[in-house]
Design a binder for this molecule. Structure first.
Ligand SMILES: Nc1nc2c(ncn2[C@@H]2O[C@H](COP(=O)(O)OP(=O)(O)OP(=O)(O)O)[C@@H](O)[C@H]2O)c(=O)[nH]1
Length: 518
């Protein structure tokens, strides 16, 4: 493996992580990577030594047993922070002045225990109930693949919900639980980072396979960018949509390539067949000529020569006819091949056009109408489920025709990309930008009432005045007029866009470069 490329080693490392069922932590990844790359492994985490120490620790009381368990858990995960907090907590259960009881070693708990009769009853019902709900709600964020953690959660929740719950015991359980919780949270964070790395690796690989495809390369770059922290559901949704486009395109391209290969194979086979037929006929013709030459040499009279000549003329005619047929067939074959090639180029271009327009506008990278429809459906069901407001803004660049006419279409295109880039930068990650028409954009603003939506568009206008558009060396101020509508309960989303469009129209009529609410 030493001479393998870094990405191959990385891929093998990820494979091995799964094959050996190791937790995908950076430490495990590094150790395996070094092993596969043949780099001498420097043990950053002396797991064996720590395990020895842990085995030597007495576990006489429940507190000691629990902390020892947490220590082992942290060692298994090569987690220094976990080792540290387990050892510190263990220290709290070491008997002081010969006293060996668990409780005696935890003065803080004693205070609670002493205060428990007064405070405990006051907080037990409502506070513990609320706490239980908090734990339950937080649990899905931590995954459910650790049976010991799940068991500990169940026990804690049961204890909390018992009538007349023992506050002192619960506090003790909470101390242990919070340790394990911190490990689980760390694990989840590491898993997320590692999964992101994995995702990047997959994207890099796809990009390497598709270097010749300009559109795919663009999509892969966009995917890489979308898959960087902080991850939000919107960004993941974008990643999913782009990947769908890539998969669609690759499937189609592969199918076409296979089909063409098959066509070419058939053509080459026919060509070879024709060639061999031709050489056979040429061979026979040659023999016939030689035979005729011999007969002519032996002929004594003109009468002897006449039938031979007749024969030669006949054979030559046949040969010419055959050659003509073969030539025509080969010509037809060649034009079929040319036609196939042209068809392939055309299909390829068509595929490029169709797939790049699948969900994203190729010029600005914003969603196109199809992408907008999908995003709108998703947003509407999301906000309706959560009873949140959704605002829809429709923007139209001012005097765009003049810009096009004076500086050219290419500058107009660059101005559209500029507006999209500035909009993307000053939008929240959960907002969605789509190109609605030529110089029109729609922005979906979830969890945003009308006034806030208008504010957001005004902010974008201000941002555009700060960030000039550079047409060559000339600084241009791009302005837009916008209408904003808040989706009403039971309103069709298309109607909200229509209202935003009407408000935008009024903004134009009122002098442009302004935002109006619908
Ligand atoms: N460069 C470029 N121009 C486009 C594109 N799509 C549409 N356009 C042009 O945008 C212009 C829109 O012109 P109008 O609808 O008259 O709008 P306007 O000039 O912005 O006028 P107001 O909206 O009233 O401010 C037309 O000239 C279109 O040709 C595009 O993708 N690139």
């Amino acid at each position: 493996m030493a001479d393998k490329k870094a990405f191959e080693i990385a891929r093998e490392t990820l494979k091995q992580l799964t094959a050996r069922k190791l937790t995908p932590t950076p430490a495990n990844y590094l150790a395996l990577y070094n092993e596969i790359a043949g780099i001498p492994h420097v043990p950053h985490f002396p797991a064996d030594i720590l395990r020895d120490i842990s085995q030597g620790l007495p576990a006489k009381t429940p507190g000691q047993q629990k902390q020892k368990g947490l220590l082992d858990y942290a060692i298994d995960r090569l987690n220094w922070e976990g080792v540290k907090s387990a050892l510190i907590a263990y220290g709290g259960f070491v008997p002081v002045n010969g006293s060996g009881s668990d409780g005696a070693a935890a003065p803080a708990l004693n205070v609670v225990a002493a205060a428990a009769p007064a405070v405990g009853s006051a907080i037990s019902a409502e506070f513990l109930g609320q706490m239980g709900r908090l734990i339950e709600y937080a649990l899905p964020a931590l995954g459910s693949d650790d049976p010991r953690f799940n068991e500990q959660t169940d026990n804690l929740l049961k204890a909390m919900r018992q009538p007349g719950a023992d506050v002192t015991a619960i506090k003790l359980m909470l101390v242990n639980y919070s340790h394990r919780l911190s490990f689980a949270a760390e694990d989840q964070a590491e898993i997320r980072v590692t999964l992101l790395k994995l995702l990047h690796l997959v994207f890099e690989n796809v990009a390497e396979l598709s270097l010749d495809e300009q559109w795919l390369k663009g999509q892969m770059d966009a995917l890489m960018e979308a898959a960087t922290p902080p991850l939000t559901l919107r960004r993941l949704d974008d990643v999913e949509r782009r990947l769908k486009d890539v998969i669609f395109k690759q499937k189609d391209a592969k199918q076409r390539a296979l089909q063409t290969q098959e066509e070419m194979r058939t053509m080459v086979a026919t060509f070879i067949d024709r060639l061999s037929q031709m050489s056979q006929s040429t061979g026979t013709f040659q023999q016939k000529l030689e035979e005729s030459a011999r007969l002519i040499e032996q002929a004594k009279t003109l009468a002897d020569i006449a039938p031979v000549l007749k024969d030669v003329v006949g054979t030559t005619r046949n040969m010419a006819r055959e050659s003509q047929t073969s030539r025509e067939e080969l010509e037809a074959l060649r034009s079929r091949a040319l036609h196939s090639e042209a068809e392939l180029v055309r299909l390829h271009q068509e595929l490029d056009r169709v797939s790049s327009q699948a969900r994203h506008d190729p010029l600005t990278g914003a969603l196109n109408r199809k992408g907008l429809d999908e995003a709108l459906n998703r947003e509407v069901s999301h906000v309706r489920r959560k009873e949140l407001p959704l605002s829809v803004a429709l923007l139209d660049i001012d005097n765009f025709k003049k810009l096009n006419d004076t500086l050219g279409h290419a500058t107009g295109d660059a101005a559209l990309s500029h507006l999209a880039a500035v909009a993307r930068e000053c939008m929240r990650p959960q907002d969605t930008l789509a190109r609605y028409g030529g110089e029109e954009f729609v922005i979906l603003l979830p969890d945003t009432p009308l006034e806030k939506g208008i504010e957001a568009m005004t902010r974008l206008q201000r941002e555009l005045t700060k960030r000039f558009f550079l047409a060559g060396t000339e600084k241009l101020l791009i302005t837009f007029s916008a209408g904003v509508a808040q989706l009403a309960a039971d309103e069709e989303p298309a109607n909200a866009i229509r209202r935003a469009d009407q408000a935008m129209y009024l903004a134009k009529r009122a002098g442009k470069n302004r935002v109006l609410g619908a």
